[in-house]
Design a protein around this ligand. Structure first.
Ligand code: G6P
Length: 426
């Protein structure tokens, strides 16, 4: 059995950490982990979450040492893998991202539209600082990014640092699970031509045991639906590919999503704040030794499995195919080389090599390219602090209707986030 010496979680005080740890426990026969380091800036959360993690590890009979620390360079030094799951500004900032755009009749959301832009801008200076420490203290480490907006943060890391970085989302693994239930086959017998960007992606082909079953999936959506899949059948037929991500609804049904958000009593960030408060109370209970089922109230289902599979494939040089976020490098012909994309890649000790996906289907090309343009402007503005680039980011987002709205909303959101945006307010 292979041993990994050290895995570090940046944002280890996140309520998600027990999910990740469950992945190590489930795969304890595949890999031995010597040291799991949890770093956070919030000591109280670190101790509550870290306490549960220690009990989970002990209860499962793992020998891994769990280290809790507020010292980031020490946490990073010599790590083999670094998992990043930070939220700069916390849920309070998320709630502002959700509320301000709504005043302009635009959805407020943590990875989509203006809200996603501000979340990226708050994150970029911090993640670049972390990255520079990784370059110094663990230059060979693999940096696994879960921090949202995952595609934008991954594009930043891959274009502006020397890291071995890869972005990850739990959506692909959940779609595999859906297909696995639909066709009653294990996921290793499924191949998906998954094409697009993080949270803006489609399945062009579904192969089951090598047979193209795409049209059956589309018919099934029209007939009885696919469990846990809620896209409009006519839209799916029209596209000819399967939109597989609930975040696409913000682009396909913007008025409806804005209306829903306006009618909702609470924003998602407000709901998450409450869920997290309850979770932390549960985690603090010394009798708890497993991941509590209530964690499923958060949207990160199967996150642990996605992370551990990626880590195992690199550590064990599996050279299998997984869907991750990486640089395009010509894999999708209609997107720039240095754009992050979410597509099937070969994963092994060599790293991440994307499969050639050719052209985007015509029915999705325009949306995919526009969102990519927004993402890349968001990276440029987030790194340089250029207001012009920031305005271009807002103007290129398909949810922002005009220059006037882009301008006013940009100013209001920058101002509301002033304390987290050193690059804009030097
Ligand atoms: C989904 C998304 C993730 C997101 C997670 C939690 O899994 O793909 O990007 O972080 O849900 O969402 P929540 O709204 O619970 O914070």
């Amino acid at each position: 059995m292979k041993t990994i010496n050290k895995i570090t979680v940046i944002g280890g005080g996140s309520t998600y950490t027990p999910e990740l740890v469950e992945g190590f426990i489930t795969h304890k026969e595949d890999i031995t982990l010597n040291e799991l380091v949890l770093f956070d800036i919030d000591n109280e959360r670190l101790n509550i979450v870290g306490g549960l993690v220690k009990r989970m590890i002990e209860h499962a009979g793992l020998s891994s040492q769990v280290v809790l620390t507020l010292d980031r360079p020490a946490a990073i030094e010599g790590a083999n893998f670094i998992v990043s799951q930070i939220r700069v500004g916390g849920n309070k900032a998320r709630i502002r991202d959700e509320e301000i755009p709504l005043k302009y009749n635009i959805i407020g959301q943590e990875t989509t539209g203006p809200g996603g832009t501000l979340k990226a801008w708050r994150t970029i200076p911090v993640v670049l600082d972390i990255a520079h420490e990784v370059e110094k203290y663990a230059p060979n480490a693999w940096f696994v990014n879960f921090t949202n907006p995952s595609g934008i943060i991954t594009e930043t890391l891959l274009n502006h640092t020397q890291l071995n970085a890869v972005g990850l989302c739990n959506n692909p693994i959940n779609f595999f699970a859906r297909m696995s239930r639909l066709f009653n086959v294990p996921d290793k017998e499924i191949f998906l031509e998954w094409i697009g960007l993080n949270h803006v992606n489609w399945v062009r082909k579904v192969y089951i045991q090598g047979q193209d079953r795409t049209s059956e999936v589309i018919d099934q959506v029209a007939k009885d639906g696919v469990p846990n899949y809620s896209f409009d059948a006519n839209l799916v037929r029209h596209l000819g590919v399967i939109p597989n991500n609930s975040y696409l609804k913000y682009y396909y049904f913007p008025e409806k999503k804005v209306e829903e958000a306006k009618l909702a009593e609470k924003t998602r960030g407000e709901v998450v704040l409450e869920i997290e408060k309850d979770l932390l109370t549960k985690y603090a209970n010394l009798d708890l030794k497993i991941k509590p089922p209530e964690l499923n109230l958060r949207g990160g289902a199967l996150y642990s499995e996605a992370a551990i599979r990626l880590i195992l494939s690199i550590a064990l040089d599996k050279r299998d195919i997984q869907i991750v976020d990486t640089l395009n490098n010509g894999a999708i012909l209609d997107l720039p080389y240095n754009a992050s994309v979410e597509i099937p890649c070969v994963i092994g000790a060599h790293g991440v090599i994307p499969l050639q996906m050719g052209n985007l289907p015509k029915t999705i090309r325009n949306l995919c390219q526009s969102v990519k343009s927004w993402e890349s402007w968001t990276v440029e503005a987030g790194v340089t602090g250029s207001r012009d680039a920031g305005l271009s980011a807002f103007m290129s987002n398909p949810l922002v209707p005009s220059y006037t709205v882009a301008h006013d909303l940009l100013e209001e959101m920058l101002d509301a986030n002033r304390e987290f945006l050193p690059q804009f307010f030097k």
